[in-house]
Design a protein around this ligand. Structure first.
Ligand SMILES: *Cc1c(COP(=O)(O)O)cnc(C)c1O
Length: 445
């Protein structure tokens, strides 16, 4: 089919995510991907694009990694799907073992047995990984002597996904407001990434825990970097302080590592940067390397034990594709590739380059502010316009003319490429971002 015909078909039938469709249909010439490999996407018109955001943060090992493709096709040729209801299989069982062996706190003698992450619950995507954690926390307290613990403390700017539950614990007003009446009540505290420092946010967390110790089921946070808020980086000390404060009143900490998990920050988990073991840990995105929708929620032995006893105490939750063999087989291979290709070491080595590039952009391009970087993420802001601002989209257009796919978050321009992006491609990517920002800044001047 011709490219133009495909675009016409798309515009007639497809409703795109996070897209103002009138504007899209009238003005957008979408990328029409026909092939992808490593950090590159190929358009039907012959253009090759560097994928600056790893296809919405999932493609951490690049596109079409041969080992992942092989794991997927081998599993598909054996048995592509079974339920996990009274059934198990090697990919699900061994992946669980492997995740537990890598989880924050694994092997640490100072972590009491009940506080170790020891159980894996599978689902399909980041939103459901969070939904599972929310339900586990709420049900745990409901049937273990603290039935009034039904509220969650959440951070301003937080993003935890798309379901009503994960939207309820979100803190991006634009995504929440319209559903206001449908969302459950949470305690909002300021973001630890605000310029005043994390201490003010922490004081509010502590105060909320002190004021409502009988009501708080958990604090939920994206450790060390709030992704969708615009790549807002904050100090690991905040995560540590929240962990201590939740312990002091004996309530839970949920770490949403859907974005940060598996190396994005340079550590295996962002919780490791803080030396923190959460009660519940949510993983998706990188877990299946951009091949399959797949997610896991890790729970401590204490949380798990809270569901033992009578049948009425079980977690009545499960998706059709829970622990699906294709996703689990790919995830096992993802972990093997991380080990064999020293992916974390690669991130640590390349991260200073990302940081230096974004600092240089902010220092030398008029109107470019707030450089921040951690691991394989770098970002700057153009204005203070938030998610609906258009500044980032002008940079998107300029980048696209340079063969760079650079999806902004409003006025925030960021990169979150494959963690194993080759050095030459990373240089090209950073130079392309800089040139695009300069072009837009010159146009504005
Ligand atoms: C992307 C994201 C989610 C939602 O994951 P989906 O797979 O898109 O449902 C949840 N939490 C964080 C921190 C994320 O970045």
């Amino acid at each position: 089919m011709e490219r133009a015909d495909l675009v016409a078909l798309d515009k007639q039938y497809v409703w795109h995510p996070y897209t103002a469709m009138d504007e899209y249909i009238a003005n957008t010439d979408p990328l029409v991907v026909v092939r992808a490999e490593g950090p590159y996407l190929h358009d039907a018109d012959g253009t090759r694009y560097l994928d600056a955001n790893g296809s919405w943060w999932v493609s951490t090992l690049g596109h079409r990694h041969p080992r992942l493709v092989r794991a997927l096709t081998e599993q598909a040729g054996t048995f592509p799907h079974t339920s996990l209801a009274g059934v198990t299989h090697e990919p699900a069982a061994r992946l669980a073992q492997e995740l537990i062996a890598l989880a924050p706190g694994a092997g640490r003698e100072d972590v009491p047995a009940g506080e170790r992450l020891s159980r894996v619950f599978y689902s399909d995507n980041g939103s459901t990984a969070v939904e599972v954690a929310i339900k586990m926390a709420a049900q745990y307290w409901a049937q273990n002597g603290r039935p009034r613990r039904t509220r969650f403390i959440t951070l301003s700017g937080a993003f935890h996904g798309e379901t009503i539950g994960s939207t309820s614990v979100g803190g991006v007003q634009l995504f929440r407001d319209i559903f206001g009446p449908l969302l459950f009540d949470v305690v909002h505290v300021p973001s630890p990434a605000e310029p005043e420092g994390w201490e003010r946010a922490f004081a509010r967390v502590e105060a909320a825990l002190r004021e409502h110790p009988d009501e708080i089921a958990a604090v939920i946070l994206e450790p060390v970097i709030q992704g969708a808020a615009g790549m807002q980086v904050y100090a690991p000390g905040f995560v540590r302080a929240v962990r201590e404060a939740t312990r002091a009143v004996d309530t839970f900490l949920i770490a949403d590592e859907v974005f940060t998990g598996l190396g994005r920050t340079g550590a295996r988990f962002a919780c490791d940067l803080a030396g923190v073991v959460p009660d519940l840990l949510c993983l998706a995105k990188a877990l299946s390397g951009g091949l399959m929708p797949f997610a896991a929620t890790l729970a401590t032995e204490r949380v798990f034990a809270g569901f033992g006893g009578g049948r009425e105490r079980a977690l009545y939750y499960g998706h059709s594709y829970c622990g699906n063999p294709l996703g689990a087989a790919v995830a096992r291979e993802v972990l093997a590739v991380y080990r064999d290709e020293d992916v974390l070491g690669q991130v640590v080595r390349k991260a200073p380059k990302v940081k230096a590039a974004f600092e240089r952009m902010a220092a030398t391009i008029p109107g470019v502010k707030q450089p921040r970087a951690i691991g394989m993420v770098g970002a700057v802001d153009l204005g203070g316009g938030g998610y609906l601002a258009r500044g980032g989209w002008r940079v998107y257009e300029a980048a696209r003319r340079r063969g760079l796919y650079l999806r902004p978050l409003g006025d925030t321009v960021y990169v979150a490429p494959a963690l194993n992006i080759p050095d030459a491609a990373l240089d090209e990517l950073l130079a392309g971002v800089e040139a695009s920002l300069r072009e837009v800044a010159a146009g504005r001047a």
